[in-house]
Design a protein around this ligand. Sequence first.
Ligand code: AKG
Length: 254
Amino acid sequence: MPSSFQPQLDSFQTLGYCLFPRVVPASLLADLRRSAELAREIAHRLRGPDAQRLQPLSAHLAPADMRPLEDLYALPNLRAALAAILPPSHRLNVATIGVLFEPSQKPYTTHWHRDARDVKDPQRLAAWESTQNNPDCWNQMNLPLYEDTCTWVVPASHNRPDSPGEAAWLASQDLPDPRPAPTTDEEREHRSLDNVRAMPGGQRVVLDAGDLLLYRNTLWHLGNYTPYKRRATLHDNPMSPEALKLGGEALAKR
Ligand SMILES: O=C(O)CCC(=O)C(=O)O
């Protein structure tokens, strides 16, 4: 492993995520943006103007429009970055890549979550916890094609149980919200940010076009979106089919 990846490896292991600047060259960025804009039109047609994603792109785009994504996954520096951080079992598969968009009408935020964890079902929760620290499972990446400040994380939450503050936030979600419902887009935007900032230790991740964010999706995280922040962020799970299946089986357990 090149010693230059050591800071990213330390960050991934201790904080649950790491950033690689400028993985995508400018010429490829242009081609990827063209494919992502085609995907945006399809997402809006299929899922409406506030569609969060289209995934997998391979189910929707013509082979010629998938070519830039194939070129992306062939980039030696992208492959080297993943090889430096992820276990040897990891795989890049262009068939599974998707793209995340901003809403074109209404601001909103996803809830804080650890991907696929079901806290209401003890058996499924135990199954998720049994894979939480399996390095083959739960690896995710974002590759923004425009500057992206939508993703927030709680650094270093990926490999531990909930802190008392996180547990209190979770419990608060079951209580009725005494605040009046927002009526304007600006009130909605502020309410989203209030909800984002209610999680102790939450931090915004700042990415520029062409950067790579690699993270454990066992990390507390969310996406906070507004129509005026243009977004087309490629999104995938660089894991082996076996690791994907293992995670899926843990989740399906009853
Ligand atoms: O938009 C993001 O970066 C995160 C999205 C996310 O966590 C989700 O959709 O579950």
